[in-house]
Design a protein around this ligand. Structure first.
Ligand SMILES: NC(=O)c1ccc[n+]([C@@H]2O[C@H](COP(=O)([O-])OP(=O)(O)OC[C@H]3O[C@@H](n4cnc5c(N)ncnc54)[C@H](OP(=O)(O)O)[C@@H]3O)[C@@H](O)[C@H]2O)c1
Length: 328
């Protein structure tokens, strides 16, 4: 039975997106050139089915994920499951070029050139078996970016109906401002790493002007995004599982916050995954966690976050436990 999930509206678009998104990265089998196996395909089908059945309508991709195999296995699974294209929101990213592509010896690099962006999106659409992306993100800032070229690429993709909306990933406020000065479409999302063990985005505003943490490189990115209606998406929202089951060599802070998550989850009769994600959902920015597990039971445990609202006291206690220190 389908259960509904609360939604966010994305400013400047008609999109109504589930508060939790499914990040498809890990569905592509392996990072090497090995072909997709029947096991990979079955795992992808189960994960997508589980996501849909819990009300997730938003799927995150990138052209590089498992060398394109993630987009391929996803599109095949969607077709096999008979999911209509218009019922899901598809987001992908481009701008990272892997080492040794297209020729041996090439380093890993970023490329926001007109030609590369257009070529990358053409291939994304082919792999995803779709005529359009709902959202295209620039994956990581390119030090050699020429924003006029990005603007030309976005115009071409938009005019040709290949991409409906645009965003960025891992960008600072200043980098978004620079792009937005030239790009005519609004930048509607910024996908960044944020979780209790990697909360720089939030710490930046909390610890400004506090010695010795007077400066962090993000410089107002969270507030810039809020002020400009740019949706924050959180990648690695569970710190790759470290918030649920810390590795034996994990830091004392990581173990302490995982224990606190378990305690509060138990007291509230919910799952640890839901509790850790509720910490992100509590933020009024708002934040859309991009869930990365490939296991249906864990995905179901994550989706229970939609029903959990943390108190202010619980939120700050979790923050302070993860930091190992009080707020000033
Ligand atoms: N924009 C970027 O630069 C960027 C970078 C990285 C990722 N992403 C996106 O963000 C998505 C999520 O990232 P992520 O996979 O690192 O997120 P995550 O949800 O923090 O971590 C998922 C990983 O943790 C493991 N895990 C261990 N215990 C778990 C538990 N109890 N519950 C859930 N997962 C558990 C999962 O393994 P199992 O699969 O075995 O459960 C999986 O390998 C990706 O799929 C991708 O779409 C974006």
């Amino acid at each position: 039975m389908l259960c509904r999930m609360k939604t966010y509206s994305v400013a400047h678009t008609a999109l109504k997106i589930s508060r939790l998104a499914y990040g498809c990265m890990r569905l592509g089998g392996t990072w090497d050139d090995a072909p997709l196996t029947p096991t990979d395909r079955a795992r992808a089908r189960r994960a997508i089915e589980t996501a849909l059945s819990h009300g997730i309508n938003f799927f995150d991709h990138a052209d590089i994920y498992y060398r394109g195999k993630t987009e391929i296995v996803f599109a095949d699974a969607l077709r096999e499951l008979g999911v209509p294209r218009a019922s899901v929101i598809l987001q992908s990213k481009c701008g990272i070029r892997l080492a040794d592509t297209p020729a041996p010896g090439a380093p890993t690099r970023f490329d926001f050139s007109y030609a590369y962006i257009l070529d990358a999106v053409q291939h994304i659409l082919e792999r995803l078996q779709t005529e359009y992306l709902d959202l295209l993100l620039l994956h990581r800032p390119d030090a050699l970016v020429e924003p006029e070229e990005v603007a030309r690429a976005f115009d071409a993709l938009h005019q040709r109906g290949m991409v409906r909306h645009f965003g960025v990933s891992n960008h600072t406020a200043a980098q978004i401002q620079l792009l937005q000065k030239f790009v005519s479409q609004p930048i509607v999302t910024n996908q960044v790493q944020v979780n209790l063990l990697h909360a720089d985005l939030i710490d930046d505003g909390l610890f400004f002007n506090v010695t010795p943490r007077g400066y962090t490189g993000l410089s107002g990115t969270l507030d810039y995004c809020r002020a400009n209606d740019i949706l924050i998406q959180a990648w690695a929202p569970l710190a790759g599982g470290a918030l649920i089951e810390p590795a034996p060599a994990a830091s004392e802070r990581a173990r302490a916050v995982a224990a606190l998550i378990a305690d509060i989850a138990h007291a509230r009769n919910t799952t640890r995954e839901a509790l850790a994600l509720a910490w992100l959902l509590k933020h009024p920015a708002p934040i859309q966690p991009i869930l990365g597990t490939t296991q249906p039971e864990r995905l179901a445990a994550c989706c229970r976050a939609d029903k959990v609202t943390l108190s202010r006291e619980e939120w700050y206690l979790l923050l302070q436990t993860a930091r190992g220190a009080s707020v000033p």
